[in-house]
Design a protein around this ligand. Structure first.
Ligand code: HC1
Length: 574
């Protein structure tokens, strides 16, 4: 360890730590704005500047390493004045429509201005910039008038996702974040993952909001409005209402949705079980009949778009299964509509997703089993929080309630879909039992759990070695796919999720400020909600879900049947 003094206190921290990390160990907070651990360590915003005795200039604590005997000061009057000036400069060319800004209340710039007593007066006279909103993408809006050029979005797009469709254009005062040739985001090969939104400290990046359209549909007596909620929403929504990260709010969420006024409150988990039935059947069919292997999961629409854009020669590896969101919508407007005698044209199918790419997915071709879109409106976890607040519901005071039947019944296998490795584990629970004809003694496939970017495992099933791999985050997906393409790896089955850590860390989940995100295992904590939920379920295998069994008996016949293919499967573009 290295010994140093921070603000006169003796501090000891591991060698290689930065001043920021060492200060944190000592319970001293140094403010940051641009810093994102491992991906944006550029020391550019100057909020984290500190004084080091003997150094000629102020140094950026986020990148400056500690040394033995170093003396650091983090909060002198000079530093506070400097940080205030930095904030004043940012505000001098910042759209200050804070009252109605989507990030008001959790904007990192606003928070720092409050902490440092910087009000919204115009400190510096002079030129200001004005940018048009970029609304060309299906899932999000870019508002450069609120951008502070921290480059967190740029780093995430390039390094975490390996995509790099945004970057800094121009120089000096004219610097702005945009796409090459200032194309609209919708005209680039952006995959709609929304990871840029998740890391944006201000209101410069946000999802297209459909909160009001849902309230309008609910108020329309001619509409039958049904909602489904993705596995990960229950693991993140509580954060919007002040619960600690890692709180499961499934019961309160169901209660809130009922009070918002949905005609039925259903669960995407039901369709995740259905996906396993179809996907495990497809896997076994490809293995037995010499089909294209490895089979790769298809539930993450950001991943699908990535595969189509960047690995078009691998689309035949993709499972033909629609995602659970889309399977749900398809069964809602066919099976459920027929059973209840409701005209599918009157149904408004709403999904709540931790994902922004789902907004893009609902508009893909061939996602209309009943001749109308399977899903009409996809909103994020953040939009759901707005919907609940706008509906005047006291979330924390709600009782725990259950989802409606029949499309609210699900198993433990379904809920873990939201964590990287969860789809794989769910599929293995079913595929192994089908292959061996025997009941599994242990349902926990722990090799594919955890938040690492790439995981591999091999299982001996009925005398055959089944090789599997799991990747999350598109840069990791690229690494894995290149191994498959070069022949270095010969897996049977691969799970890929577009967002690092899987849906729990999706681009539509509650934003976590940089100073928390940099020091917290957000993915692991949220994933633990799903694994605990799974462990507590009476039924933990998709093929034992009674509501899914009934669906096959009453409507679809067998998994992989002609009717199942017509309604639950899709195709891809190259
Ligand atoms: Fe996901 Fe899925 S798990 S893609 O991560 O397969 O978004 O949570 O709903 O469709 O079930 C997201 C989550 C979600 C689908 C399922």
């Amino acid at each position: 360890n290295i010994n140093l003094k921070i603000n006169g206190l003796d501090v000891s921290a591991p060698a290689g730590s930065t001043i920021l990390e060492a200060a944190r160990l000592a319970g001293i907070k140094i403010p940051t704005l641009c810093f994102l651990k491992e991906i944006n360590e550029i020391g550019a915003c100057r909020m984290c500047i500190v004084e080091v005795k003997g150094a000629r200039n102020l140094v950026a604590a986020c990148v400056h390493p500690i040394n033995e005997g170093m003396e650091v000061y983090t909060n002198t009057p000079q530093l506070i004045a400097s940080r205030r000036r930095t904030l004043q400069l940012l505000l001098s060319n910042h759209d200050q429509q804070c009252l109605s800004c989507v990030r008001s209340g959790d904007c990192e710039l606003q928070q720092l201005c409050k902490e440092y007593g910087v009000d919204d007066a115009h400190y510096y006279e002079g030129e200001t910039t004005h940018y048009e909103l970029d609304e060309t993408a299906a899932h999000m809006v870019r508002d450069n008038n609120k951008c502070i050029l921290c480059r967190r979005c740029v780093a995430t797009c390039e390094k975490t996702q390996g995509i790099g469709v945004i970057g800094a254009n121009n120089r000096g005062f004219d610097t702005m974040i945009g796409s090459a040739f200032e194309m609209g985001l919708g005209d680039t090969s952006c995959v709609s993952c929304g990871q840029c939104i998740a890391v944006c400290p201000t209101g410069a990046l946000y999802e297209k909001d459909y909160t009001q359209q849902i309230l309008d549909a609910i108020a329309d007596p001619d509409k039958y409005v049904v909602v489904q909620t993705a596995p990960s929403v229950r693991a993140g929504l509580g954060e919007e209402f002040g619960y600690p990260m890692g709180t499961d709010v499934e019961g309160k969420m169901a209660a809130a949705l009922r009070r918002v006024g949905f005609d039925k409150v259903f669960d995407t988990d039901w369709a995740a079980d259905l996906t396993i039935m179809e996907e495990a059947t497809e896997l076994l069919d490809r293995v037995k009949n010499g089909g294209v292997l490895p089979l790769i999961t298809s539930c993450s629409p950001g991943w699908i778009k990535y595969c189509e854009h960047y690995f078009p020669d691998m689309t035949e590896h993709l499972s033909s299964c629609k995602s659970p969101q889309q399977m749900f919508g398809a069964m809602l407007k066919t099976y459920f509509a027929e059973k209840e005698g409701i005209d599918p044209k009157k149904i408004v199918s709403v999904s709540v997703m931790p994902c922004t790419a789902k907004k893009f997915e609902i508009g893909r071709d061939d996602q209309d089993a009943a001749g109308v879109p399977d899903v009409d409106i996809a909103i994020t976890t953040r939009e759901l929080a707005r919907l609940i607040k706008r509906s005047g519901i006291e979330f924390t005071m709600l009782p725990d309630e259950k989802f409606d039947d029949p499309m609210g019944e699900s198993t433990g296998a379904a809920v873990i879909f939201g964590a990287t490795g969860g789809v794989m584990e769910a599929a293995l629970r079913t595929a192994v039992e089908v292959l061996t004809g025997e009941e599994l003694a242990n349902l926990d496939f722990t090799d594919v759990r955890g938040t690492e970017g790439v995981k591999e495992a091999s299982y001996n099933v009925a005398g055959m070695d089944v090789k599997v791999a799991v990747a999350s985050g598109l840069n990791n997906a690229r690494t894995l796919l290149n191994k498959v393409k070069s022949g270095e790896a010969d897996y049977h089955f691969i799970e890929i999720m577009g967002c690092p850590g899987g849906c729990v860390n999706g681009g539509g989940q509650p934003q976590v400020s940089g100073d928390v995100r940099n020091f917290t295992d957000v993915r692991g904590i949220r994933a633990s909600v799903l694994y605990n939920n799974d462990a507590a379920k009476p039924i933990r295998k998709s093929h034992e879900n009674p509501a899914i069994k009934k669906l096959y008996e009453e409507y679809l016949g067998e998994p992989g049947s002609h009717k199942a293919h017509e309604t639950l499967h899709t195709s891809y573009v190259k």
